[in-house]
Design a protein around this ligand. Structure first.
Ligand code: R5P
Length: 287
């Protein structure tokens, strides 16, 4: 097996290759003065099983085009089996046309990945139904237990897991299962990008170390509002966590200034808070 790193996931690809004892392919990836991509893969890929590891955080369209170019180039180079391991899949929020005429961009992306990949592996997709848009085998991995294990090591004493909205309540349940504690979720209403309101809800968090979990931290707005609700009810500390730390702009500073004891994310996106690795989970399905 040969692991082929995309520029957005170089460290993760290296970790996965090491765990698999697989070769890590050399890739030259640079930009022409006008921004267009020059890409070249080095090695003999004929008859090989290849795994491209490339996340698609911002700049999404660049990372997506690089992913598609890697897949097609490896196919051209004679790869026998191609897996697209995309730890963070962009465009998950536009998984359907909410108004007539809107592009279902998550389907556009899935269809294009399916042109050359034989298999897709993603981690905590924004909606599980996105798997149906792929024309090839598509698998979703769940990093929630990894968040649970991380906090099991760090937090002793009374703990609780809270999700900022109903969409993340399943994640909260799985994290709580690992921690052996209670879980709950808040009700969120989005007013606009980075602007949310949460409904008042009584939580049993007095004197408790609270782990807040969500699939994505983008502007940090959802987590900031959730922290306010939790702190006002006497929580001992709030530990903010997510799978995909998009953390745009000053999101992390905003969370820390808002009272988070820490912000922890996985390395599906290489970020300042990528302290939990999904490499073992990826490697175990690739074996
Ligand atoms: C939305 O449904 C997602 O699960 C996250 O809650 C959202 O993307 C977080 O965005 P932000 O950090 O901007 O509030």
């Amino acid at each position: 097996m040969i692991v082929v790193p995309g520029t957005a996931s170089q460290v993760l690809a290296h970790r996965v290759a090491e765990l698999l004892g697989a070769e890590l392919a050399g890739v030259t990836c640079r930009r022409f003065p006008d921004g267009e991509l020059y890409l070249r893969v080095e090695g003999d890929f004929r008859g090989e099983e290849c795994v491209v590891v490339q996340s698609t955080p911002p700049p999404q369209d660049r990372n997506i085009f690089e992913l598609l170019a890697l897949l097609e180039t490896l196919r051209d180079a004679g790869a026998a089996e191609l897996t697209a391991a995309v730890p963070y899949l962009a465009y998950g929020r536009q998984d359907r046309a909410f108004k007539p005429g809107e592009a279902v961009t998550s389907r556009v992306l899935a269809k294009h990945v399916s042109l050359n990949a034989d298999r897709f592996i993603g981690v905590n997709l924004h909606k599980r139904s996105i798997l149906d848009y792929f024309d090839v085998e598509a698998v979703e991995l769940d990093a929630s237990p990894l968040l649970g294990r991380y906090f099991r090591q760090r937090l002793k004493g009374r703990r609780a897991v809270i999700a900022p909205d109903a969409g993340a309540s399943g994640m909260a349940e799985k994290v709580a299962e690992v921690l052996g504690c209670e879980h709950d979720h808040l009700e969120k209403k989005r007013l606009g990008p980075g602007e949310v309101v949460l409904q008042q809800k009584e939580l049993d968090v007095e004197g408790v170390q609270v782990v807040l979990v969500d699939d994505i931290i983008d502007s940090g707005g959802s987590m900031v509002e959730a922290m306010k609700a939790i702190e006002s009810q006497g929580a001992e500390s709030v530990h903010v966590s997510c799978v995909h730390a998009l953390a745009t702009g000053s999101a992390i500073a905003r969370l820390l200034a808002g009272g988070a004891s820490e912000v922890a994310g996985t390395d599906t996106i290489a970020s300042q808070v990528s302290v939990i690795s999904v490499a073992e989970m990826l490697a175990s399905v690739l074996k």
